[in-house]
Design a protein around this ligand. Structure first.
Ligand code: ZN
Ligand code: ZN
Length: 332
């Protein structure tokens, strides 16, 4: 992977343009898929060539523009959807699993995901994505009309495939997945979701989904249960994956980058400080128990709280809710 190519992908991101399919070497291609109507603008699907056929990482939104973009991108790298033998899903968010079932319909590909993100299996304990969202919004202390507006907006952004059937559910901290001459290691990386998984290619390329991007912070998982602590999960994940043998980091958004350990350290520091900031906002609010709705406007976001749209506020609010559940080691 040459540095000019990485620089070019970063440049496309900065100019808010969609990059063409990019050859990252070792039979790995970055495919930019536009996300209509989302502030994220686009998501990467990565295509990995193996002697058994093509493996994809993630599956964008369930939207005709995503399907067309995937087909066009695969044509450009002389592949097609029917060549796909497996789709490795980093996590169960609509911008990552949307086309999975459709790809399987065409190709018979196995879908792979961690069991803790499988809503069919997790439903009794945690509920599906929208149930979890409703529970969490209800716990934030936000007024009922705000909760309703945020919930409705969330259902409109994308199709949520809560009943996605996955052929291979991952249960272990690490699992080797063999595809002909390429063995990919699935590494459980909770924090952004309970079952988030990174995939390490033997050429030293790690696909990090939404856990680790080159800019900004990591959105925390919804935390509907009393024992949930996504900040604690994320900090442990970052400490662990910092040691992976990977010279190239391929996130699901923004652009690929090289310094895995350095970026992990940066994010550990940022999220540790953020948790402390949240506690100091709580302390400043006085004796009454503070909830996420009171704390969120005082935290640092990309835009001031009052300038944020409904979806951005929802992300910030549920993130704050998760943050407030963090108890650093040694604290009750
Ligand atoms: Zn996500
Ligand atoms: Zn995402």
């Amino acid at each position: 992977m040459s540095t000019p190519q990485l620089g070019r992908l970063a440049e496309f991101h900065r100019k808010k343009q969609l990059a063409p399919p990019t050859d990252l070497g070792q039979g790995i291609h970055a495919l930019t898929i536009p996300l209509a109507g989302s502030p994220l603008r686009s998501v990467f699907m990565y295509a990995v060539e193996t002697s058994d056929g093509l493996v994809l990482i993630d599956a964008a939104y369930d939207h005709p523009t995503c399907w067309d973009a995937l087909n066009d991108a695969l044509t450009e790298i002389r592949q097609q959807v029917s060549d796909v033998i497996a789709v490795l899903l980093t996590h169960n968010h609509p911008d990552h699993i949307g086309l999975a079932a459709r790809i399987r319909e065409v190709s018979g590909a196995d879908l792979v995901m961690h069991a803790r993100d499988d809503f069919l299996g997790q439903r009794r304990e945690r509920g599906g994505f929208l149930e979890q969202l409703r529970t969490v919004l209800g716990q934030t202390g936000a007024p009922a009309d705000v909760i309703e507006e945020m919930y409705v907006a969330a259902t409109k952004v994308a199709v949520h495939h809560e009943d996605l059937v996955v052929q291979r559910l991952l249960n272990e901290p690490e699992t080797d997945l063999v595809f002909g001459d390429v063995t990919v290691r699935a590494v459980h990386t909770p924090g952004h979701t309970c079952g988030h998984t990174a995939y390490l290619h033997p050429a030293g390329v790690v696909f990090t989904g939404d856990t680790l991007m080159p800019e900004g912070h990591t959105q925390l998982a919804l935390a509907p249960l009393p024992s949930d602590d996504p900040t604690g999960d994320l900090l442990a994940t970052l400490e662990r994956i910092a040691g992976l043998d990977a010279g190239l980091v391929c996130p699901a958004h923004q652009y690929p980058f090289t310094d895995l350990a350095g970026r992990c350290r940066e994010l550990v520091d940022w999220h540790t400080e953020e948790a402390e900031r949240a506690q100091s906002v709580v302390a400043g609010l006085g004796d009454a128990p503070a909830d996420a709705w009171q704390v969120a406007p005082s935290m640092s976001w990309a835009k001031p709280w009052d300038a944020m749209g409904t979806n951005s506020k929802r992300f910030a609010l549920v993130h704050t809710h998760s943050l407030l559940k963090h108890r650093p080691e040694g604290q009750p």
